[in-house]
Design a binder for this molecule. Structure first.
Ligand code: PLP
Length: 583
């Protein structure tokens, strides 16, 4: 493509993006497709000869777009926001156009220096402790932009592991791996699964600490577990506290956790604020950042709540030297003479790095801290509005403390009608939400994500949710009234089905296929669902056990529970499969 063609098609693509954004509400939020849809539409091999760009764009519209989930749709209430904004898209476009790979200061001085400056702006805007800000007097800390929160957790864990092993081995020449069986990490039941993944990759044990009824790590249990492990000769080396858990946006008490961690010198405290850490840009949210002065590292994703498109996750550490020495390799071909320039390749896993600071700089400059504050406050107000609507309807309940943009709700029934409710919400194509297990209960996560979300979006969504719920509740009542015995296995007296007034009940039985199939997305086969059901149903909860014996016991227990469940709960539900998607 020559420059004139680029100019022509570049303008067309920008026009396309503008049309897409302006008319997005005309599209379904998510498609109804079966896996493999695209394979049927595209050839099995790459073209041998060049094709016209016009044809490529046409195929993009006709074949790719139908398979897109529109994360920037006003009715997208799933996961967390994807953080797109026009300034960040433009910043990213320039970064792609420049194409510099900024692994060292010498490889792109602007990328290295802008990253330092923007990370300090960001830290100051969030009110982080001075120890994380590289230009604060006396600070040994600093930050870097990683690709994802999962990477931030892994990098922090690897750094903590290196520090702990160095302590244990002292001046001996024992191989580092000898100390791995000694090391143990801790995270709450509600922590993100990336913690489990990081410990798996780093070959260290993870102890899951129970959470309280509001989803916060039980600090008393953490303290007890650490003490027990120390007594057993293990080395506690890494604790993850979460501010804004994925399942329910709960905030762990960092101060209390920090005090416990301070008692054991080998512990590195990492605070994961992938989504909610950004909310510390609001002074009124800093009640939840109290205690960050105890943390050795902290991460938050501007690509979740700071209008910056994926990928960008900010990681700060209080001692940059510890981080760099854990990850430092320095072959001759990467060395340069500018020893005062920052080489960000020592701050993370990859050598090559995108110029991510550019898009974040665009965002800070075009919104200003005030604009970003307004955006987050709007999400908070709208989430509160939704919470209020749910709470006013006695057929429903809200299960989490709503501090930010996430509301976890459910009907006051057993889980299956709630699975069905989510399935119908998503099947409609008019809204998109995801499930989670919060404090042991299945919930539907409603997260405000759209940049320009309004009260109307919330009211429309609630009215549609109620519509689906009414039908389901009528079916539930029909099931109960037509059942030979009283099958209230899950419902307690505090959980009424709720008044169902008006129309006569719909003569339709809940089928097993229907109630199981639609949990997470619409087009999932029954086999897939059964093999991954645990994962799909909670979407966030790490389940890790420390030794193989416990794994075996849990496995046996799960198998027994499964059999019991199938024998009791599902035995009256007919197994009618009417949809090809489930085969
Ligand atoms: N930590 C928390 C609390 C999260 O909510 C998430 C994702 O939602 C992650 C970590 C993982 O984020 P990423 O996709 O950037 O790895």
């Amino acid at each position: 493509m020559n420059v004139e063609e680029f100019r022509k098609y570049g303008k067309e693509v920008i026009d396309y993006i503008c049309e897409y954004g302006s008319n997005i509400e005309e599209r379904d939020v998510a498609p109804t497709l079966d896996p493999g849809y695209l394979k049927k539409l595209l050839p099995a091999d790459a073209p041998q000869s060049p094709e016209s760009f016009k044809d490529v764009l046409e195929d993009f519209e006709q074949k790719i777009m139908p398979g897109v989930v529109h994360w920037n749709h006003p009715k997208f209430f799933a996961y967390f926001p994807s953080g797109n904004s026009f300034p960040s898209v433009l910043g990213d476009l320039l970064s792609s156009a420049i194409g510099s790979i900024g692994f060292s200061w010498a490889s792109c001085p602007a990328a290295a220096e802008l990253e330092t400056i923007v990370m300090n702006w960001y830290a100051k805007a969030l009110g982080l402790p001075k120890a994380f800000i590289s230009d604060a007097p006396g600070s040994t800390g600093g930050g870097a932009l990683q690709g994802s929160a999962s990477e931030c957790v892994l990098v922090s864990l690897i750094t903590a592991r290196a520090r702990a092993i160095n302590e244990l081995k002292g001046h001996t020449s024992v191989h580092d791996s000898v100390f791995l069986p000694n090391l143990i990490a801790y995270a709450s039941r509600e922590a993100h699964s990336s913690v489990e993944k990081a410990t798996k990759m780093a070959l260290v044990k993870l102890r899951i600490i129970d959470a309280d009824e509001r989803g916060r790590m039980r600090v008393d249990l953490l303290q007890q577990a650490i003490q027990n492990d120390v007594n057993a000769g293990l080395t506690p080396f890494f604790v993850v506290a979460t501010v804004g858990t994925t399942g329910g946006c709960a905030f762990d008490d960092i101060s209390e956790i920090g005090k416990v961690c301070r008692q054991v010198s080998s512990i590195w405290l990492h605070v994961d604020g992938a989504y909610a850490g950004n909310s510390f840009i609001l002074p009124e949210m800093r009640v939840f950042s109290a205690g960050l002065e105890y943390a050795d590292s902290f991460n938050t994703n501007p690509n979740k709540l700071l209008l910056t498109n994926f990928d960008a996750s900010a990681l700060w550490v209080r001692d940059v030297m510890v981080l760099k020495s854990a990850l430092n390799v320095n072959p001759l071909y990467l060395r340069h003479e500018h020893i005062n320039g920052v080489d960000y390749r020592h701050y993370g896993i990859p050598l090559s790095r995108r110029f991510r600071a550019l898009k974040l700089w665009f965002v800070f400059r075009t919104y200003g801290v005030k604009g970003l504050q307004e955006y987050i406050r709007n999400h908070m107000v709208l989430a509160k509005k939704f919470e209020m609507l749910v709470r006013k309807d006695e057929r429903f309940e809200v299960r989490n403390d709503v501090h930010l943009g996430l509301v976890c709700f459910r009907m006051r029934t057993g889980d299956e009608p709630n699975h069905l409710l989510l399935a119908q919400i998503n099947h409609s194509g008019r809204m998109h939400m995801t499930p989670a297990k919060f404090n042991g209960r299945y919930v539907i996560r409603f997260c405000v994500t759209y940049e320009h979300a309004t009260e109307k979006d919330i009211l429309d969504a609630w009215s549609q949710i109620k519509g689906f719920a009414e039908e389901i509740l009528r079916d539930v009542q029909l099931e109960i009234s037509s059942a030979p015995t009283t099958p209230e296995t899950e419902r307690t007296s505090s959980e009424p089905v709720g008044p169902v007034s008006g129309k006569p009940p719909i003569k339709k039985k809940l089928t097993r296929t229907k109630s199981l199939r639609f949990s997470f997305t619409r087009s999932i086969s029954r086999e897939q669902f059964q093999s991954q059901s645990e994962h799909l149903m909670d979407g966030c909860t790490p389940i890790l056990v420390v030794d193989p014996k416990t794994i075996q016991q849990n496995f046996q227990q799960a198998t027994e529970d499964n059999q019991n469940n199938n024998n009791t709960k599902l035995k009256d539900i007919s197994d009618v499969d009417t949809d090809e998607a489930s085969n």
